[in-house]
Ligand binder design. Structure first.
Ligand code: ATP
Ligand code: MG
Length: 735
């Protein structure tokens, strides 16, 4: 019974709880639902307010009464124009790439078509009828080269090979045998004639004597045609059609042109270095071509083999394959079209901004201008950096080394100097050797931002590339610079950096089995850098008066300037800017060590005004450094020492300069004058930046005649000095 009561009580209690709580729970949920609904409504309202009505943008409709709106309108308009231009450029580029790709197929189609044409009548008979005349022409040309003569000294037989696409008549073979035997008998040698058939020649004849080939075959004509279309820009469908039509016309009226070249054979290939035999008369620095189309440059000539470096991919080159002498020294494209572009060490654009249409080329190795062709360094090359223009001035045609440990601001100085050439009619070439691609891209972006890319070429041989390309990059850059110099322009070239260049050359030399010397560098590393830097010069008036100013960069290890490569380049250049990690870390940027930096010829290029203003700067700074070192230990300092220290600290502070803030010559002179005359004595060190900026603004606003006089660069006379002092006094009072 009791259990029944308990159960009834329990159910009653449960019923009561449900009755009371139901209302409460319903209320709770209703309020929550209402809140959520309200929030949803609000969000919807905000969203509706944010979505504008989509209409065609019309710039003219936007009211231009408000200045901000007008500005934004102009920016938007410019952006749309930029996007349109980009789109057009991209479309053109894609089209061009497609045509470039079809060029490859072109060749296969042409080869098959030509084989077809020459297998059919009347072309087959016509071509065979010409064989006799062709061999006469070849036999009229044959002669022994110095290489053949050298070969005959050690072996009395010279091998002769006659190759044709079809079986030759007895008469032709005997004529060749007779002529070559006669030729060799005249120098006391013998011949061994081998007659071959090779259907790949398609038609015509090829005679090889020693390493020299006299080629009058159809396949040779095709090879030249292919090179022609590779070189030419075919960027429209019409141009492609024209090329094809021209080709068929030529094929049908085929007249064999005999080309003479030398052949060799790949013996061994590894690590981007190739050893070959044959090519008896090849010269140092000559370009050679492998069967797969890759090219290389001869760097080593030994009695029994020739060593070369390969510029591109070498995976497709097989030992035993043929190598052909191209017949010219390695060269790069040069010309105005290079400005604003990033190219690799052989002059191919790598910035994705399309084809480079340049006709002129210059050899990468070239003699430096003779002494009589040079003029003294007299004109300044302003870097826009106070510490350099005042203390280590650089002249046009000078070679000034930038040397320092890693991350001390070496590249920053070079880039600032390039930026400072804006509007100074100077071409700049920045050669990046062994740098990261991102670093180069960053430099390009900065140069673009400051409008310096318009007159700059970047030659990049990145760290990911081969040692061969890093080795030739500075020579390629110099060749491009020479083009401008010999056309009377001023050029600034930066080699960033030559330590990596030396390492690349060491790698190549060790792979070429050359004996190594100090620090494992080859013995000719000094000659390598001196022949590179000697090419920078200021030409005489008769030669147009152009110049190349070189800023080579060298990275030291722990400030050791007595290592092999630093001492070499220090002795080659006309001075050095020495950057110190300690100064850099102290916040003295640019971290130029004034004591160790020197410019041997730049003094005569400095403007008279700057010379006057910076005359006592070096001694004052030296005095300050000495005193600062000395007084570090003691606290008891007399008044005059305190004054010297105070003035020195302000001078050091004045020499600090941010990146991308080049100053004009008059600004630098004015600031140095103001600081060295003590007008900044009362300015707290941390406010020196404001003092500097205020000074320029103040003079520009109130003393324009003084600024004009300073701009002329002439030595300041007493009148000007008094004017400046008076103005500075007023400025000091206003501080
Ligand atoms: P690396 O050895 O890697 O080539 P580097 O010696 O060329 O280095 P930079 O890359 O030019 O040195 O500069 C190193 C760093 O110092 C950079 O981050 C740069 O922004 C900074 N820097 C250089 N010069 C200045 C300057 N005048 N003011 C402020 N920062 C600077
Ligand atoms: Mg650098």
């Amino acid at each position: 019974m009791e259990i029944q009561y308990v159960l009834i009580n329990f159910f009653l209690l449960a019923l009561l709880i449900v009755l009371f709580c139901r209302k409460f729970i319903l209320k709770l949920f209703r309020s929550r639902r209402e809140r959520i609904c309200r929030e949803l409504d609000e969000v919807e309202q905000i969203e509706n307010a944010l979505i504008p009505e989509i209409t065609e943008p019309s710039f003219e409709e936007i009211p231009s009464s408000n200045n901000g709106v007008a500005e934004e309108k102009a920016i938007a308009k410019e952006k749309i124009l930029q996007i349109e231009a980009f789109g057009q450029r991209e479309c053109h580029e894609i089209h061009r790439i497609m045509i470039e790709k079809t060029k490859e197929c072109f060749f296969d189609i042409m080869q098959n078509k030509v084989a077809e044409i020459f297998a059919s009548e009347p072309y087959f008979s016509k071509m065979r009828a010409k064989e006799s005349a062709l061999i006469d022409e070849i036999l009229g040309m044959i002669k022994l080269t110095p290489g053949d003569m050298a070969y005959l000294k050690h072996h009395d037989v010279l091998y002769v090979t006659l190759t044709s696409a079809h079986k030759l008549s007895e008469d032709i073979v005997s004529r060749v045998d007779r002529a070559t035997t006669e030729l060799l008998n005249s120098v006391g040698g013998k011949t061994s004639l081998w007659v071959k058939e090779d259907s790949e020649l398609i038609g015509g004849l090829r005679l090889r004597i020693g390493d020299t080939v006299y080629d009058g075959t159809v396949s040779e004509a095709l090879y030249h045609f292919k090179k022609g279309i590779k070189r030419d820009t075919i960027d429209t469908d019409d141009a492609a059609k024209e090329v094809l039509e021209e080709f068929y016309e030529k094929a049908k009226n085929f007249i064999a042109k005999i080309s003479v070249y030398q052949l060799g054979r790949v013996m061994q290939i590894s690590d981007g270095i190739c050893w070959m035999d044959g090519l008896a008369d090849i010269m140092y620095g000559e370009v050679i071509e492998f069967e797969c189309g890759e090219r290389g440059m001869v760097l080593d000539i030994q009695p029994d083999r020739i060593g070369c470096v390969i510029f591109g991919e070498y995976e497709h080159i097989e030992s035993g394959s043929r190598v052909r002498r191209v017949g010219r020294i390695a060269s790069v494209p040069v010309g105005e079209a290079l400005l604003g572009r990033v190219v690799d060490a052989v002059g191919n654009p790598i910035d994705g901004e399309g084809h480079l249409s340049v006709k002129d080329r210059r050899p990468i190795e070239c003699n430096a201008p003779a002494i009589l062709d040079r003029a003294p360094v007299k004109r300044p090359m302003h870097t826009g950096i106070k510490a350099i223009d005042a203390l280590v001035p650089i002249g046009r045609g000078q070679r000034e080394l930038i040397i320092g440990d890693r991350q001390t601001g070496k590249t920053a100085i070079a880039v600032d100097t390039i930026i400072n050439q804006n509007g100074k009619n100077t071409i700049c070439i920045y050669v990046a050797i062994g740098q990261k691609e991102t670093t180069v891209a960053e430099i390009k972006e900065k140069l673009q931002k400051y409008g310096a890319m318009d007159y700059t070429v970047i030659v990049a041989a990145n760290a990911s590339g081969s040692a061969a390309t890093q080795y030739i990059a500075p020579f390629a850059g110099t060749a491009m610079a020479e083009y401008f110099m010999y056309s009377g322009r001023d050029v600034l070239i930066v080699y960033d950096d030559l330590s990596k260049h030396a390492v690349a050359y060491r790698e190549l030399s060790l792979l070429l089995h050359r004996p190594s010397g100090r620090e494992a560098y080859p013995g000719d590393i000094f000659y390598l850098h001196s022949r590179l830097l000697e090419r920078s010069a200021c030409l005489s008036e008769e030669l147009g008066g152009g110049s190349i100013t070189a800023l080579p960069i060298i990275e030291t290890l722990a400030g050791d300037i007595s290592a092999y490569i630093p001492t070499n380049v220090i002795s080659i250049t006309d001075g050095q800017i020495f950057l110190e990690s300690e100064l850099f870390n102290e916040g003295q940027r640019p971290a130029i060590n004034v004591g160790l930096s020197v410019s041997r010829v730049g003094g005569s290029a400095q403007t008279k005004l700057m010379k006057q203003m910076a005359a006592s700067l070096r001694t004052n700074l030296a005095q300050y450094r000495e005193l600062a070192d000395f007084t570090q230990l003691g606290t008891d300092i007399d008044e005059s020492t305190k004054r010297t220290l105070n003035a020195g600290a302000r001078l050091m502070e004045a020499l600090k300069q941010n990146r991308y803030h080049p100053l004009e010559d008059w600004q630098q002179a004015l600031l140095l004058f103001a600081v060295s005359e003590g007008y900044a004595e009362t300015v707290p060190l941390e406010n020196m930046d404001d003092f500097e900026n205020g000074l320029f603004e103040y003079f520009k606003a109130f003393y324009m005649p003084v600024v004009e006089k300073l701009k002329s660069g002439a030595k300041a006379d007493d009148v000007l000095l008094t004017e400046m002092r008076e103005a500075l006094k007023v400025f000091q009072e206003r501080l």
